[in-house]
Design a protein around this ligand. Structure first.
Ligand code: SF4
Length: 283
């Protein structure tokens, strides 16, 4: 792992360019912003923009950013670790790391802002709740294993081809399962964030996903149904696996169907129960 000293970094040292993405270095004035998510006091997001570029992502709408730029232009909040170091002297509580963008998107391998933030967090009596799709999180197990933290990894399907269309920049589901297994071996508390629940999950697909999660040693599933957000439904129409008109019509119908969400949620709870997983509602 390359290493950039926190202070030299803050004062102008930068990693080189990252292929396939434009990275802007941005100075921010607050590290820990109040969170409105249940169970979290503060939100911490080292990056704005997200290379995982999930088709269902509504963060660009929330952040008032252009959807087309979301996966291509990333802001690296380069002074965040230094700010965090100062703020942690007076702010305590539960900190959500990755509430708006993924802290382990590919750019992190060069910029290491998430790791630098964890280095600061590990020095204070705070609880950290990390949310990611990136198996790069295992790089930081040396820090996480000694912290009061939990890690939620999102998987929406075990079908690698579908996942590559829906979450094109994220690691395939099998790598996310491996990440859960490695975190569990290190005694880091984990859970599966199953959401948004999309019309891809028949009973067989639910069993395949939950069994893989259980085999990895994770015992908790957080269920997050699909909720319609501005600008998201139109994105699904572009997916190659929905080129067939009948399939697309069915998918979009189920996507909006409360009955579908209730039925698939019931299946997830039933299968989870059979396998020995605790299934709880996300929000
Ligand atoms: S990982 Fe999260 S923030 Fe990133 S594109 Fe996907 S849904 Fe959006």
């Amino acid at each position: 792992m390359t290493s950039f000293d926190l202070f030299s970094y803050d004062q102008g040292a930068r990693p080189g360019p990252v292929k396939g993405v434009r990275v802007r270095n941005v100075k921010v004035s607050v590290a820990l912003s109040p969170s409105r998510l249940p169970g979290l006091d503060f939100a911490l997001n080292p990056y704005a923009g997200c290379q995982h570029d999930c088709i269902y992502c509504y963060a660009p709408h929330v952040a008032d950013r252009a959807r087309a730029d979301w996966g291509k232009v990333i802001e690296a909040r380069y002074n965040l670790p230094t700010l965090l170091m100062r703020e942690l002297r007076r702010k305590h509580g539960v900190i959500g790391l990755g509430t708006m963008t993924d802290p382990y998107q590919p750019v992190e391998s060069r910029y290491q802002l998430t790791r630098r933030c964890l280095e600061q967090l590990s020095r204070y009596p705070v609880k950290v709740s990390v949310h990611t799709k990136g198996d790069m999180i295992n790089r930081d197990i040396d820090l996480l294993r000694d912290m009061d933290c939990d890690v939620g990894i999102t998987i929406t399907t075990m079908d690698a081809e579908l996942a590559s269309q829906i979450e094109p920049g994220a690691p395939p589901p099998s790598r996310r399962i491996s990440a859960l297994a490695e975190l569990n071996r290190a005694d880091v508390r984990t859970y599966l964030l199953l959401g948004p629940v999309l019309p891809l999950l028949d009973r067989e697909a639910v069993v395949s996903l939950l069994q893989a999660v259980a085999d990895a040693g994770t015992v908790e599933v957080m269920l997050d149904p699909y909720r319609d957000r501005p600008g998201v439904e139109g994105m699904f129409s572009r997916l190659p696996f929905l080129e067939d008109e009948r399939r697309r019509t069915r998918f979009l119908f189920d996507l909006q169907s409360r009955r579908f969400q209730m039925e698939v949620s019931a299946t997830i709870r039933e299968v989870g129960d059979d396998i020995g997983l605790e299934v709880i509602d996300a929000f």
